[in-house]
Design a protein around this ligand. Structure first.
Ligand code: ZN
Length: 133
């Protein structure tokens, strides 16, 4: 595992949050992307070697909408960059972690991604991501 690639933050109003994070970080987002597989709009801010990803569901029953209903806006997941996602999934499953999608899917920002269930990671939703070459 290489580094914290990004931190995902659930938002309910992208325009409002975009203004807030632009003010907070002192720079505008560098990328906006729709991720069909997750049913979300995303906005990315660069922060040194890491990024902040704002996530907003584009439908009322999307996972981010449901998350906000339960827990409110804010921290959603931590994403860790890996070189070989298939290897890491097998390694983590063998170690007893619960992998939500054992077959990596296409995520935002040209990455293959998979999520680990928070129940197996001390309450943190963990995303593994591997750059697609
Ligand atoms: Zn993410």
């Amino acid at each position: 595992m290489n580094k914290i690639e990004h931190i995902g933050i659930a938002v309910s109003n992208m325009e409002q949050s975009a203004k807030l994070f632009e003010l907070l970080l002192g720079k505008p987002a560098y990328k906006e992307e729709i991720v069909e597989s997750e049913q979300v709009n995303t906005l990315f801010y660069e922060l040194g070697e890491s990024k902040i990803e704002l996530l907003k569901s584009f439908n009322a029953d999307g996972t981010i909408s449901k998350f906000i209903e339960k827990k409110g806006e804010g921290f959603h997941h931590i994403a860790i960059a890996v070189d070989n996602i298939v290897f890491e999934i097998e390694r983590l499953q063998a170690a007893g972690f619960q992998v939500l999608n054992p077959i990596p899917k296409k995520g935002a920002d040209n990455k293959l991604i998979c999520f680990l269930h928070p129940k197996s990671t001390g309450g943190i939703l963990v995303e593994l991501c591997q750059e697609i070459n």
